[in-house]
Ligand binder design. Structure first.
Ligand SMILES: [Zn+2]
Ligand SMILES: [Zn+2]
Length: 197
């Protein structure tokens, strides 16, 4: 699956623009398609009291609660899943539960059966979007991430598989000077969710 466009408000809606459980799929208003959409948000806090609950900020900077329904407070090891403060959460096909009281904001509920589809990317929202758009720009068969060469046999980074190098020297340079040290685990997580082929 190619990476979805991370700057698209259809593929990555904000909390306020999420469909409610009664709305049709936003990516196929006629109900005919099956394009997924994703809620991508930065985790601000773990507010678990009776069920696993995260307070998140969406890409518009709006806060909302993400509640894992049908689970006990210890029913999900949020930290082991990488769902920790400062990281991002990805909720496929998220829907917004409207508030009963109009003065409240509503929240996003994840049903027990779909909790396993919720994924984490270990970086703040801005970094995730930057790295993902960088991957999209380079395409599935990038040249050497160090020198740009597309000649000869390029070896993929064994950490993320998302960048390629022509030589050990370029790999070493890319890791430290090129900033891949910080991006490698982010690319790995993004590729683990969406792939890039
Ligand atoms: Zn190179
Ligand atoms: Zn890597």
């Amino acid at each position: 699956m190619p990476l979805p466009p991370f700057t698209s408000p259809t593929a990555f809606p904000t909390f306020a623009t999420l469909p409610t459980p009664q709305d049709p799929d936003p990516t196929s208003p006629d109900g005919g398609g099956d394009e997924p959409w994703y809620l991508l948000a930065e985790i601000k806090d773990d507010m678990t009291i009776t069920k696993p609950t995260l307070v998140c900020l969406d890409r518009a900077g709006s806060p909302f609660a993400l509640v894992f329904d049908g689970l006990e407070r210890d029913g999900l090891d949020l930290k082991a899943l990488g769902l920790r403060k400062g990281a991002c959460v990805v909720v496929p096909r998220a829907r917004r539960t409207p508030p009963k009281d109009a003065s409240k904001r509503g929240f996003v509920s994840v049903a027990r059966g779909t909790a396993a589809e919720v994924r984490a990317v270990p970086a703040p929202l801005r970094t995730v979007v930057e790295v993902a758009e960088g991957l999209r720009a380079q395409g599935p068969q990038p040249g050497c991430a160090g020198c740009g060469s597309a000649e000869g046999a390029l070896a993929r980074c064994t950490g993320c598989g998302g960048v390629r190098y022509c030589s050990k020297a370029c790999q070493v340079k890319g890791w430290s000077e090129g900033g891949h040290k910080g991006d490698c685990k982010v690319i790995k997580a993004i590729r683990g969710i969406w792939g890039d082929e």
